[in-house]
Design a protein around this ligand. Structure first.
Ligand code: BG6
Length: 515
């Protein structure tokens, strides 16, 4: 049984952290970007917080030839770059838990060598055989690695081995409904669903996790959380960065696959799903899937009225000129890949019937801003009409995911001065000023959870397939459409076709933060 460590600090703060059992983590793609920038650094943070089991060890696997010592140097450098306050002395006890082995992912003998190493290090670190395999490799390698693990006897769907082996898969999980189903089938040949952890790093963000607590640990919002009181909802994930060094992946993926299918739909789901009966992984995931299935499918004959795509052209960010998407290194100069998606979706269920959800995500926009804004209906009657106050602004609740993590409630109040003087005020909760800390990196939570065996923050097969089921017809329609995405200048906030989705309903996009 996992050990539950209560860490109750104050009488009104209830925290519980479960410690991970002794585990071996095998990271495929250990010399790659994700491992260096996120995984090693996050594991070190978990270690610093005393939550990594002292018998933990990590075996990095990669094509690049590195000795244990060289891998440890790479890790140390990455940790120092990202978590600057740590000295080599503080890092050393963690670094000593790292090993490396190089080989060819499609070669069966590589997996035999991994097996031998695992037996050796299990003995050394007194790990009883629990292994988390982490696929931090390009998606085309997922099926190959899983197949080889299977043939090497490093996976099993039946007990007791099903309790020993876990598989963590990075996004994107598939490129369409069909490819996701195929990948699921292949993985299920070797791992049971209870052993599979599909990562969406947004679910590891504190502020995203807080959506459930905010909604379901307070009585005052839920009675209003429906079509009777809510006018509309906007979900925004905007980034200032462009495609960076990821053109080879991104040019094939685009914003719909890269962000919309996962992060965007997950945020939408958390804000609009029905209350689960408990905080158990499957109770939550059942409700999520039910919600995803209630999103009205896009009518492919009228796509432009509901979902539009854009691509950034040359422009300027923070006063500096930047190139357009098609000029980015590695991008096809005639690429029709979208870097911006805006959509209007409706939820066909009792709670949300008729409430529009406006969703937008894009790269190279004017601000870095992830938020969910819930606009309530206006008061039904203004008693201040005689003073000219007939159009009282709506209350807006903003769940700010980043960069300023917090919650804002905009409401109307009397302002000092004349008898009738009203203005919009903000009731503001800001994580940083209340808790005085930087938000933990999402991967810290997720890495710990896959070692503990808690699947709550990971997407289940039916959830992934429901999301692809909604978006695959859109992807196909765009692929068959000769028209290029609408161009928007880098550094702007939107473009006319995206504006018209919302403006035809008499509403406007919210201003991006940081503009
Ligand atoms: C990743 C996408 O999943 O999320 C990237 O692949 C994107 O394109 C990133 O930049 C955004 O994550 P965050 O945590 O910075 O909002």
């Amino acid at each position: 049984m996992p050990e539950i460590r209560p860490t109750v600090a104050q009488k009104d703060i209830i925290c519980a952290e479960i410690a991970a059992r002794p585990t071996a983590m095998v990271v495929f793609g250990a010399s790659g970007d994700l491992a260096r920038r996120k995984l090693l650094v996050s594991l070190f943070e978990v270690f610093k917080r005393g939550l990594l089991n002292e018998r933990f060890y990590l075996l990095g696997c990669g094509r690049k030839e590195l000795s244990d010592e060289q891998f440890r140097q790479v890790a140390e450098q990455a940790i120092q770059e990202e978590s600057g306050d740590s000295s080599a002395k503080a890092i050393a006890p963690f670094i000593n838990k790292l090993y490396y082995i190089s080989g060819d992912y499609s070669d069966a003998s590589f997996y035999e060598s991994i097996k031998i190493k695992l037996a050796e290090y299990d003995k050394k670190h007194k790990v009883d055989g629990a292994v988390v395999f982490y696929l931090a490799v390009p998606p085309f390698l997922y099926a190959t690695i899983v197949k080889r693990l299977c043939s090497a006897g490093l996976s099993s769907r039946s007990e007791p081995d099903s309790k020993r082996f876990r598989l963590v898969v990075e996004k994107p999980f598939g490129f369409s409904l069909q490819s996701a189903v195929e990948l699921n089938n292949k993985i299920h040949g070797c791992f049971d669903e209870s052993q599979i952890y599909r990562i969406d790093h947004y679910l590891g963000k504190e502020t995203v996790q807080n959506i459930l607590m905010f909604r379901f640990a307070n009585i005052i919002y839920e009675p209003l959380w429906n079509r009777n009181y809510i006018d509309s909802v906007q979900v925004t994930i905007s980034e200032k960065i462009g495609v960076e060094h990821r053109a080879s992946y991104y040019d094939k993926a685009g914003a719909l696959r890269d962000i919309f299918q996962n992060h965007m739909l997950q945020m939408l789901t958390l804000v609009a799903m029905e209350p689960p009966i408990s905080f158990e992984a499957d109770h939550i995931r059942d409700e999520k899937v039910k919600f995803l299935r209630s999103i009205r499918p896009f009518n492919v004959d009228q796509l432009d009225n509901f979902i539009v795509r854009g691509q950034y052209g040359p422009g300027s960010i923070n006063g500096e000129k930047v190139i357009g998407y098609r000029e980015e290194p590695g991008v096809n100069p005639e690429s029709r890949t979208e870097t911006f998606v805006a959509a209007k979706v409706f939820i066909d269920n009792w709670r949300w019937k008729g409430v529009p959800f406006y969703l937008r995500t894009g790269k190279r926009l004017a601000g870095k801003n992830t938020e969910i804004a819930i606009t309530f209906k206006q008061v039904p009657h203004s008693m201040f009409i005689s003073a000219g106050l007939d159009d009282i602004p709506s209350n807006i609740l903003v769940l700010q995911i980043q960069p300023e993590e917090g919650i804002w409630l905009c409401f109307q109040a009397k302002r000092p001065g004349s008898k009738i003087c009203m203005g919009t005020l903000n009731m503001n909760f800001n994580y940083r000023s209340v808790f005085g800390i930087d938000m933990p990196e999402a991967y810290e939570r997720l890495l710990l959870d896959c070692m503990i065996g808690d699947q709550t923050l990971f997407t289940r097969q039916d959830g992934v397939e429901a999301a692809w089921g909604l978006l695959t017809p859109v992807l196909e329609a765009w692929q068959n459409d000769d028209a290029a995405p609408y161009e928007y200048p880098a550094g702007s906030s939107s473009f006319p076709a995206a504006d018209s989705l919302i403006e035809t309903d008499g509403r406007r996009w919210r201003e991006l933060l940081g503009t």
